[in-house]
Design a protein around this ligand. Structure first.
Ligand SMILES: Nc1ncnc2c1ncn2[C@@H]1O[C@H](COP(=O)(O)OP(=O)(O)OP(=O)(O)O)[C@@H](O)[C@H]1O
Ligand SMILES: [Mg+2]
Ligand SMILES: [Zn+2]
Length: 504
């Protein structure tokens, strides 16, 4: 008979919050009531923890047990509270001493046999524990590598509930396995592999420097996929904060490779065109899984063969791209995940996809137009760089001239980014993010003479007002890469050159 509490962590999207699991055991008919806004998984937890306690050799109190999770207003999803609930019940009703757990946070799902099973979102959970001043975090062994990514907090593993019971009695110790050897990092694909293809290479460099969304149209084998896969390798390294955010999202999705450490490079996500909407934007029961667009946060979302994606799938990406976050509406409220991704689209110009390109195309004109229109509209509207890439000529493939490597290009990209970040502060961090009002505002408006080529293109009906803003953004990036303070007319010409017929 009595009362006890054990701390654990609930996740709100990608942010952890320390919660208290309290248990009260009173005389009466044996029962277990769980309260504190639990979802279906918590109800299931009742049977799990009872079985786990039995199978750990401990005695389940045959009394009236009430378990409550505080604070009540915090939504609590998932199975990560199992272990804390079992310990609180044993402490309240079976004289389990909890002195060694007063400043501890306990995470882990329980198996029926009493083993601790890994949970998702351990990185944000341990970050929350650390912020709350926890002196010890107990996690399942499968989560310890990830938990250790958080510095300055004592992390220990327990393989089963019995071990924690032994630990609080002073007869057993928690586990502190040696760190796993760091997994071999595969070097990202290098731009040096892409021969010829000046236009495509330039487009990728501009996309990286300005953080512009990029669309590439071209015949099969032109190297579109190759180019897109090399974009992350020339993007600046993530800042500490970005790195933690990206890693936390992968953690919540259960997508962190073991031994991989923090994600420091811009991540690349390339979902297949048959991917479900949930796979693209997130969803699922319990703790909603972040989708590809959130796993591409601070990185690149690459939609290869994008004309093959269902219209509903492309539509689902629109709002997240616009707002930099995904709102997943669920029965018990909303889960929000960051989703600030750079979009790269690649497509053949038409369904017949002849290697020779347009000249060899056998599609009726109506079919071509319909194919392209599937992409146009809302999604393509936000893509600053829309380029046609042509297949490389054989000469380029046999050429022995050295080609610039990703490292060389990345150095230019970093300088260009710094210039842009400095210029647009506090409105934007890159040319791709600059709101039209700032772009056209008094301070940064380009002189009429410089914009002349765009005015001409507009008069000829080759450029829309939106296209004008997009081209101007790219012109700023051309200037930044060249180390010039303001774009000149040549930069505007190049930006205009970088637009495909489809994108005007
Ligand atoms: N510029 C290039 N330099 C070197 N190899 C290239 C180049 N372009 C294409 N290739 C070769 O052709 C292969 C196909 O390229 P990739 O898959 O990138 O083409 P794609 O444009 O995406 O074609 P598809 O429309 O069929 O998807 C590459 O794996 C590479 O071996
Ligand atoms: Mg391809
Ligand atoms: Zn065709």
């Amino acid at each position: 008979m009595g009362y006890a509490k054990i701390r654990s962590v609930a996740l709100q999207g990608v942010v952890g919050q320390v919660i208290v699991v309290e248990a009260d055991v009173a005389p009466g008919l044996p029962s277990l009531v769980v309260s504190g806004l639990p979802d279906a998984a918590l109800t299931e937890a009742r049977d799990r923890i009872r079985a786990a306690v039995h199978n750990s050799g401990a005695t389940w109190p045959q009394q009236r047990i009430t378990v409550n999770l505080l604070p009540a207003h915090v939504r609590k999803h998932g199975s990560g509270f199992d272990t804390a609930m079992a310990l609180a019940v044993l402490a309240a009703g079976a004289n389990l001493p909890t002195g060694l757990l007063v400043d501890a946070v306990v995470l882990g799902e329980l198996g029926l046999d009493g083993t601790l099973r890994p949970v998702r979102g351990v990185l944000p959970a341990v970050l929350a524990a650390s912020r709350a001043g926890a002196g010890l975090v107990v996690v399942p062994p499968g989560n310890i590598e990830e938990a250790r990514l958080v510095p300055d907090v004592r992390v220990r593993a327990a393989d089963c509930l019995g071990r924690i019971i032994g630990f609080v009695h002073g007869t057993e110790s928690l586990l502190d396995p040696p760190p796993a050897p760091p997994a071999a990092q595969r070097a990202p694909a290098d731009l040096a592999d892409v021969l010829g293809q000046e236009r495509g290479r330039r487009a990728v460099e501009l996309a990286a420097a300005g953080r512009h969304h990029l669309a590439m149209f071209g015949p099969p084998g032109a190297g579109k996929t190759m180019l897109a896969q090399r974009l992350p390798g020339i993007l600046p390294e993530l800042t500490e904060e970005e790195s933690i955010e990206a890693t936390a999202l992968h953690s919540v999705a259960g997508a962190l490779p073991p031994g991989g450490g923090l994600i420091r490079r811009a991540p690349l996500q390339a979902p297949h065109h048959t991917a479900s909407i949930a796979a693209l934007v997130g969803g699922g029961s319990g703790i909603a899984k972040p989708g590809a667009i959130s796993l591409a946060h601070h990185g690149v979302l690459f939609l290869d063969e994008c004309a093959e994606f269902a219209a509903s799938a492309l539509n689902a990406l629109r709002e997240p791209l616009e707002h930099g976050e995904v709102r997943l509406r669920r029965v018990h409220g909303e889960t929000v995940y960051p989703a600030n991704a750079q979009l790269v689209l690649a497509a053949n110009p038409c369904p017949c996809a002849k290697p020779g390109g347009d000249a060899m195309c056998q599609c009726p004109p109506g079919v071509r137009i319909r194919y392209r229109s599937r992409l146009s509209g809302p999604l393509l509207d936000r893509v600053d760089l829309q380029v046609d890439v042509v297949a490389v000529r054989s000469a380029a493939l046999f050429d022995t001239e050295p080609v610039e490597s990703s490292a060389t290009v990345a150095a230019r990209v970093v300088r260009a980014r710094q210039a842009a970040t400095h210029r647009w502060a506090p409105h934007a961090r890159s040319n791709g993010d600059v709101p039209a009002t700032v772009l056209r505002g008094r301070r940064f408006r380009l002189p009429r003479t410089v914009l002349q080529p765009l005015a001409t293109a507009m008069d000829r009906g080759q450029l829309s007002a939106r296209g004008l803003d997009r081209t101007t953004r790219v012109a700023w990036t051309v200037a930044d890469l060249d180390g010039r303070d303001v774009p000149g007319r040549d930069d505007v010409y190049e930006a205009l050159e970088m637009r495909s017929r489809s994108g005007r």
